[in-house]
Design a protein around this ligand. Structure first.
Ligand code: AMP
Length: 421
């Protein structure tokens, strides 16, 4: 136990973290350009928030939450998703009283007690956006386009945007009824979960991944067939905007998303080459959620993208990550006198904005050079008794073998110049 992490979690180690930082930097730049501000909410919330905000009949709430009672006898849940916390923060901090719409983004870990497999973890990371306060179908199109823009900036290709409308509380009761009528004579073909869903949430049957349920659903009625005029108009406007933006999409009549609060637009983005867990992101409009959480009647829309799956897709597609050198210079010392000088010299280099490090294991000079090689350092600054006397260091380029004596007060500039070569 002491040397094994919990199932479904990962350690992200140096070498890998640089890829995460690159992904996160790209996301932050994207969000700035699209006018989103970052929100950071707690990792845990009151359980009730997710029960209400995600929906009692969802897999997340029924089976996947990390819930515990804290020392104050409160039921607490590690956040399984980011929308409900963002809504809570919007209400609690009265963001609805300021200028609308409010455009928020978040990046962070989420927790779901799911069966771990490639691309599915118990602690994973999502980047998500939420727009509160606008009904405009242009926003629906823009958030889809923004997600696709991110993938393109990361160098990913072949991703498919699937889109649908799931209707609204006005047209959904009709659809629910039609689905009940359709599936009732086909009950035997449905899995145990779907048989239960028939009463509580028949739309979710359309979303079931079990083969027999998929077969049973082939000719099922879909939301698109029963949209009210407003929903129809909204959906057509979204598609028109996507066309105008040149964003390719595929209308998927059976796309429903697992969450109860979605209205109108629902979408999902699939990557063809990352295996069974091919969804790299999804989202949609949730005009009922903010009121359901006790706030004013406010429309909302958002998405969440899985960062592990994006990185997986990038690796599978052979995307080259920009390399990041960890050190600009390694300071090697020949004896104790030099070692004593090394620490202040290192600090002065760091104050000059350079990344610099040294040996801390009492290695010989030769072993230090070897160690610097292993670290992949290009420049080694050598400090020995001769250099100390002359007030210089020997700066060695590990790639070319070229070396020269550099006065201490010119060292930082010289390292910077070599970096630019
Ligand atoms: P959801 O919040 O379920 O709509 O998921 C949005 C995105 O988060 C998915 O498309 C995945 O990319 C990612 N995701 C969801 N669950 C997991 C998980 N257990 N492990 C890794 N990524 C996940």
């Amino acid at each position: 136990m002491l040397t094994t992490r919990p199932r479904g979690t990962t350690d992200i180690l140096p070498g890998q973290t640089e890829k995460w930082q690159y992904l996160e930097d790209t996301i932050r730049r994207l969000c700035r350009q699209y006018g989103y501000g970052e929100i950071r909410t707690p990792i845990f919330e009151h359980t009730e928030l997710f029960v209400r905000g995600v929906g009692e009949t969802t897999d997340i709430v029924e089976k996947e939450m990390y819930t515990f009672v804290d020392r104050g006898e409160r039921s607490i849940t590690l956040r399984p998703e980011g929308t409900a916390p963002a809504v809570r923060a919007y209400l609690e901090n009265r963001l609805f009283a300021g200028p609308q719409p409010v455009k928020l983004y978040y990046i962070g870990p989420m927790f779901r007690y799911d069966r771990p497999q490639a691309g599915r973890y118990r602690q994973f990371h999502q980047f998500g956006v939420e727009v509160f306060g606008s009904h405009d179908p242009a926003v629906d199109a823009e958030v889809c386009a923004m997600a696709m823009d991110l993938y393109a900036r990361l160098g990913l290709s072949g991703l498919k945007l699937h889109i649908n409308s799931v209707g609204c509380p006005r047209c959904r009761p009709v659809l629910r009824e039609k689905l009940r009528e359709f599936f009732l004579p086909r009950l035997d073909g449905l899995c145990a979960s779907c048989r239960e869903r028939l009463e509580r949430n028949p739309l979710r049957i359309l979303d079931c991944k079990v083969d027999t349920c998929r077969q049973a659903a082939v000719d099922a009625p879909a939301a698109l067939d029963y949209l009210c005029p407003d929903c129809k108009e909204h959906f057509q406007a979204v598609l028109k905007h996507l066309d105008a933006l040149g964003v390719a999409y595929q209308v998927d009549r059976f796309l429903v998303r697992g969450l109860d609060y979605y209205t109108h637009t629902a979408f999902e983005i699939m990557a063809p080459d990352i295996g069974a867990q091919s969804s790299v992101g999804g989202g949609g409009r949730y005009n009922g959620l903010i009121a359901a959480c006790g706030g004013p009647d406010t429309p909302g829309i958002g998405y969440a993208l899985g960062l592990e799956r994006i990185l997986l897709a990038m690796e599978r597609q052979g995307v080259v990550f920009p390399g990041e050198k960890r050190l600009d210079v390694f300071l090697a010392t020949a004896d104790d006198a030099a070692r004593e000088k090394a620490l202040p010299l290192l600090q002065s280099l760091r104050r000059e904005g350079l990344a610099a490090d040294r040996d801390y294991l009492g290695r010989s000079l030769k072993a230090q050079m070897k160690y610097a090689g292993k670290l992949g350092v290009e420049l080694v600054a050598i400090l020995g008794s001769d250099e100390l006397c002359r007030g210089v260091v020997t700066l060695k380029n590990m790639a070319t073998g070229r070396q020269e004596a550099v006065p201490l007060d010119r060292l930082a500039d010289e390292i910077r110049n070599s970096k630019g070569e």
